[in-house]
Design a protein around this ligand. Sequence first.
Ligand code: SF4
Length: 287
Amino acid sequence: MTVFSTQISCADSTWNPTVGCTKVSPGCDRCYAEAIARRFFGGFDLTLHPERLTQVKRFKPIERDGRLYPRLVFVNSMSDLWHRGITDAFLDRVFEAIASRPDAIFQILTKRPDRMLAYGLARWGGSGVPANVWLGVSVEDNRVRGRIDALRRLKAAVGEFTAYVNCEPLIGPVNRLDLTGIDWVLIGGESGSGARPVQADWVRQAIAGARGTGAPVWFKQWGRWQHNPLWSIAEGRTVRERRADLIDRGLERMPREHGGATLDGAVIQQFPASYYAAADRLAKAAA
Ligand code: SF4
């Protein structure tokens, strides 16, 4: 499988040194990775791909608005890097590959924060988490808010790093999240057929929580056009016509996202400060 371009709006590329997973919480119920793997590869068993470790060579910086930025690489869009079936020895090789590419940023998202914490304490206890590793946890609703604690515990033990929370697929209220110490909050509705509808109030709760601690926010998508709150005022007979109506009237300003990504007339796409700091380092190195 090649890597590379991605439809994920807050990443530039994907990289899958492992593929396959097992479900851990309701956020996994309609796992898109499983659907893709079953359809195209005949199964979703966890498989390690050591031959893909050298693919990091291709993750060169990219230009955005006339400035060079580190490529944002979403690690394991088709798996969970902290799955218990992935050995520490293989994780070591993954992080050696990541270390060879300090001019890229690797986003590692999990629903298994305990393994992340245990491995992180052992690997980064003396040195700290590298600046090009961003660690995140998925929080699909209040029920799994405890996952965020692992990020804070790791920070307390090894020092600052970019920690993020991904409220996606947002399937319930998130008004009880403690986002203290979190550097970035992502939000997104579930996409695909049978997607569970996101409620605008849940999105607003996540944003309010982030604003309360000063964390930047990236609202990715509503997931399906029918779940976009603007849908009720869209005019037309078909989905295509109604979608076009919202775009033509300028009400939905992010037509390429799944279901659009405009909330209360605004598009919210903010990066954490560490992204700009990494771009500064790139510019300094090139000078
Ligand atoms: S943890 Fe992620 S990749 Fe694994 S089953 Fe759940 S949603 Fe799918």
